[in-house]
Write a new protein. Structure first.
Length: 541
């Protein structure tokens, strides 16, 4: 019944993006906030791929589409080369690290989403994007507020204050709330023709930021408002524009200085988390410099972050550079980071091109630009987050599509496409491909809930293997006194990924491992974690 039925591809993309933002499977998965998002994003990309192929003639119509196509093709080639050239386990590169999910499936899906949304976007659908941001932002924020009062539906395993919404981290939900304030305000104001609902949502988002206890949200909110009003005053009053722009630039400089423990805002903004980011950035830069062409492998920075750190003042492990460009360069080399930067520059140019043709203030474009810059600002100090990246690329694709078709009237035959056999077949094949990814994690949760050691051993070795799963289950066996079983599992773990300090440590701390073997493992660990004084002083008995 679905075959040959016409649907609006852009609307489908936005609505599925809302589900990607909100979906969680805590009763089925251990990694319940990542695995369902990865799978749904991958299936969305497979659904869009036949549509992109059917619209391929559009690439010959405008130079902007041609530039975008070249960039995406180069990114896909680079991702393939990274996967082949890296020493990282192929399964880790394919599906990503537990808790991150930024492997080949996710990255390829990101850029299919970008190019697909660029092909089907038009100005009449901007409100659909605003609706999607409003809906996902408000529901996730509302959930975060409940969490902040201890009223959670699920017992999440979190090392934070627990205010994570459906994004997994207080900083993520705080930044996302700030991103969605302006789109939600203008969408509801136009929809209900009053300011009651916009003010209610604004209060919800601000309260979410307050309860999340994350400065990122406050800063992002200020950036959103500042950019919007700077654009407004550019068209309405050049004097006020100069004044507002100067205040914004001055405030931005003070904020940047504050993050580096300088200036009057240092006491407010500088804290250990900022200092730890400095260590993460330094390790990522060192990893990038040592592996400039292909990085250390897709989503594999966690295996090498301790090796490449230059300082251990904070002495905190990380599997992310906490900066999007550095994450791309450390995991995929400078070419991947450069190509991602080219997407940002192309998007910025398209914003300029749209605004130049309008030659007047347009609230929708101003809101889009403000929201986009809020994302770029938070991406400087945050790990890559799947829902945030999805909305970033949707905004980017929308703007690129609008700029590419400035002189073309909306053509509904482009946006309304038939659901063909190709899309259905792609989704079915995709489900078969990702089922082991879902199932192995599901069985891990089952083994841990039932304290089933036999199932834990079986699950740890299942495809696709995972560093985190091996580590969690092996340590659980050790805690239960099952040292022999834990050692057997540790051997399998190290065979899977011999460059992971977390897995090598499983042999080092197992009293059943031969002393000579533990000494050898310690020497390998000191190569992978040379600044670890605790490791240096560890006595093998």
């Amino acid at each position: 019944m679905f075959l040959n039925k016409k649907v609006n591809i852009y609307k489908v993309t936005v609505y599925v993006s809302v589900i990607i933002t909100l979906i969680a499977t805590p009763n089925f998965n251990k990694d319940a906030l990542i695995i369902p998002k990865v799978i749904l994003l991958f299936l969305l990309a497979l659904f869009m791929l036949p549509v992109i192929l059917s619209l391929r003639k559009l690439f010959n119509q405008t130079i902007i589409y041609k530039y975008l196509l070249v960039i995406i093709v180069l990114i896909l080639v680079q991702i393939a080369l990274i996967t082949i050239a890296s020493n990282a386990p192929i399964e880790q590169q394919m599906f990503g690290r537990t808790g991150r999910g930024l492997g080949l499936l996710t990255l390829v899906s990101f850029f299919i989403l970008l190019i697909g949304s660029a092909l089907v976007a038009n100005k009449s659908l901007i409100n659909v994007l605003f609706f999607g941001l409003m809906l996902s932002g408000s529901l996730s924020s509302l959930y975060a507020v409940f969490q902040s009062f201890g009223l959670d539906f699920f017992p999440w395993d979190s090392r934070t204050n627990g205010v994570i919404g459906t994004l997994g981290n207080p900083n993520f939900i705080s930044s996302f709330a700030a991103m969605t304030i302006l789109p939600a305000f203008f969408y509801t104001k136009a929809k209900f023709n009053n300011v009651v609902f916009p003010l209610i949502l604004t209060l919800l988002f601000v309260f979410t930021i307050y309860r999340a206890q994350s400065y990122q949200g406050y800063i992002a909110f200020i950036i959103a408002l500042s950019i919007f009003f700077v654009i407004y005053f550019w068209f309405k009053s050049k004097i006020i524009f100069i004044l507002a722009g100067s205040i914004f630039i001055f405030s931005s400089v003070l904020t940047a200085y504050g993050f580096f423990n300088k200036g009057p805002l240092a006491g407010l903004l500088y804290k250990s988390s900022v200092q730890s980011r400095g260590e993460f950035w330094g390790a990522a830069i060192n990893a990038s410099n040592d592996n400039p062409f292909f990085g250390v492998g897709l989503d594999s920075f966690g295996d090498y972050s301790l090796k490449y750190r230059s300082s251990a003042i904070i002495n905190e492990y990380t599997d992310s550079a906490h900066n999007y460009l550095l994450d791309f360069s450390s995991n995929g080399g400078y070419p991947l980071a450069t190509l991602y930067l080219m997407i940002i520059l192309l998007t910025m140019y398209c914003f300029y091109r749209i605004q130049k043709q309008l030659s007047t203030f347009n609230s929708s474009i101003a809101v889009l630009f403000s929201t986009y810059l809020v994302f770029q600002a938070q991406s400087l100090i945050s790990p890559i987050n799947i829902p945030l990246m999805v909305w970033n690329l949707l905004i980017s694709g929308t703007v690129i599509g609008l700029a590419a078709n400035l002189s073309v009237n909306d053509k509904m035959e482009i946006h309304n496409q038939k659901i063909g056999l190709g899309s259905i077949a792609s989704i079915l094949i995709g489900l078969i491909f990702v089922f082991p990814y879902f199932n192995s994690d599901r069985l891990q949760l089952q083994a841990m809930n039932n304290s089933d050691g036999d199932l834990a051993i079986k699950v740890a070795k299942m495809y696709p293997e995972s560093v985190v799963r091996y580590s969690v289950l092996t340590r659980a066996l050790l805690a239960s006194g099952l040292n022999s079983q834990a050692l057997d599992l540790a051997y399998s773990a190290v065979k899977f990924n011999p460059n992971s300090p977390a897995l090598l440590a499983l042999i080092l701390i197992n009293p059943n491992a031969p002393i000579a073997e533990r000494v050898e493992v310690k020497e390998k660990l000191l190569i992978l974690d040379p600044l670890n004084n605790e490791l240096k002083n560890f006595l093998i008995q």
